[in-house]
Ligand binder design. Structure first.
Ligand SMILES: *[C@@H]1O[C@H](CO)[C@@H](O)[C@H](O)[C@H]1NC(C)=O
Ligand SMILES: *[C@@H]1O[C@H](CO)[C@@H](O)[C@H](O)[C@H]1NC(C)=O
Length: 436
């Protein structure tokens, strides 16, 4: 059954692969034509000089001229860029796009959920959260804050083209039919809960924020929601949002708010944050990729963020909201194939990279770096997790599954309560006597 399923899909992916190849060859022709004068002048130009030139051009595309610049205490530079000049509008299909200044529609149950959250916050003493750069200023109306990409950021990537993208070999696991050895091969480990088998039009969660340690700069630790459509072949559609620590992407060990999207299983399309064309930001207060402050402490104050992703049934755009007050923006429906209709699976939880650099399991932490058994104040949690159903209402997910590759390294435990609705604790330390 599995094989037949894959076979049927392979035609679709062959066609989309062809389109991708065509597009890629067009764009590489364009870049080689642009780069021709430089390379003719000096035929002995070195590989690293080429990479510097590419990086320079890439930065010029990414970093739009700002109306105002704010220097964050964490070393980030936040550019306030005119909303109409953001990277999204480099996309040929967005040339005549009219920016949606607000969603037409919020899923039903959002208001109810808000009042519930306030009481949940009182009950658990978790506190609201902001971004560090707010200490140094704000972006004016009509602009959006964009974390400036530095030359070092681009040069750290394996190639300029791959900057801001996940590794294409990274296929998220497929809980019910995955082969365990295929998953460990990729080196990614998860501790997640998921629902599948229905049509989903969004998802929501409140996630407490930590600053997990990563052992190697090319490893990361993240906690997020996945909105998935299609199969786990070459054509997976995914919208992702949460927090992450990723030294390779950001050049430090701080915890950052992020989004991601792809419509071809992380191959040619999509990226983190605003690092490619596609996502349209409308909010002038929250910068994607900016560090989150403060973070939760072990046995200390707990800080959490809530994220809601949902589809506007009228326009077909997928929106994202941070907290109760910040609608960040939207992914136009045309970016996707399967997600143009609905998602087929929702996942919530943590993911790390285990590169086994010293032939032992990585010590990269997930969540708080502590196992779920330790509970509130010590372990990472997702609470009030919900899906948006076919009648555009927020609902508790039904038939929740849990998944982890090696529960002795990272684990997950779900539960239900009044204030927290459907919730789970997750995470772990990585290498330990039971996870050598
Ligand atoms: C944008 O509008 C111009 C002028 O109306 C039109 O020629 C062009 O085809 C449009 N482009 C797209 C991508 O819709
Ligand atoms: C990030 O953490 C690693 C250890 O996990 C450390 O070696 C490195 O210096 C840190 N990097 C920065 C920029 O703080």
């Amino acid at each position: 059954m599995m094989a037949a399923h894959l076979l049927r899909r392979s035609w679709g992916s062959t066609i989309s692969l062809l389109i991708v190849i065509l597009l890629l060859s067009c764009s590489s022709q364009m870049t080689s034509a642009e780069a021709a004068p430089a390379s003719r002048k000096s035929s002995s130009i070195s590989m690293s000089q080429h990479k510097m030139l590419d990086a320079h051009q890439h930065l010029k595309r990414l970093n739009k001229p700002p109306l105002k610049t704010i220097k964050s205490p964490d070393g980030d530079i936040i550019d306030c860029v005119h909303i109409a000049h953001q990277p999204a509008f480099d996309h040929p299909l967005l040339k005549n796009h009219t920016i949606q200044t607000r969603p037409n529609f919020h899923p039903e149950g959002t208001k109810f959920e808000e009042s519930k959250r306030v009481s949940a916050q009182k009950a658990t003493s978790s506190k609201p959260i902001t971004q560090l750069w707010h200490l140094k200023g704000r972006c004016p109306e009509g602009t959006i804050p964009i974390r400036r990409t530095k030359k070092e950021d681009v040069l750290r990537a394996s190639s300029v083209e791959r900057f801001g993208k996940k590794k294409p070999t990274k296929i998220p696991h497929q809980p019910r039919s995955a082969q365990p050895d295929l998953i460990t091969q990729t080196g990614h480990q998860h501790a997640i809960v998921y629902v599948e088998g229905d049509k989903y039009y969004g998802a929501k969660a409140t996630i407490n924020v930590w600053e997990p340690k990563t052992q190697q700069p090319n490893e990361f630790s993240l906690s997020q929601i996945w909105i998935l459509g299609g199969t786990f072949g070459q054509d997976l559609n995914s919208i992702e949002a949460g927090w992450q620590v990723s030294p390779d992407l950001y050049g430090d060990n701080r915890t950052r708010l992020f989004t991601y999207w792809t419509s071809d299983a992380y191959q040619a399309t999509g990226c983190y944050n605003l690092l490619c064309t596609g996502f349209i930001q409308i909010n002038n207060e929250i910068a994607m990729g900016a560090s989150i402050f403060p973070v939760s402490g072990y046995r200390g104050s707990q800080y959490d963020i809530s994220l809601l992703v949902w589809k506007d049934p009228k326009e077909g755009n997928w929106w994202i909201q941070f907290g109760n007050d910040y609608v960040l923006g939207y992914w136009p429906g045309f970016l996707f194939s399967y997600l143009t209709d609905s998602a087929t699976m929702i996942e919530w939880g943590g993911e790390i990279v285990n590169s086994e650099s010293d032939e032992q399991h990585t010590t990269t932490e997930m969540g708080s770096g502590h196992f779920p058994e330790e509970g509130f104040g010590k372990a990472g949690y997702f609470r009030n997790i919900q899906i948006v159903d076919g009648s555009n209402s927020l609902r508790d997910p039904k038939g929740l599954g849990t998944f982890t590759e090696q529960s002795s390294c990272y684990d997950v435990q779900n539960g239900r309560s009044g204030d927290w609705g459907t919730y789970f604790f997750y995470g772990g330390p990585g290498r330990n006597p039971n996870c050598p």
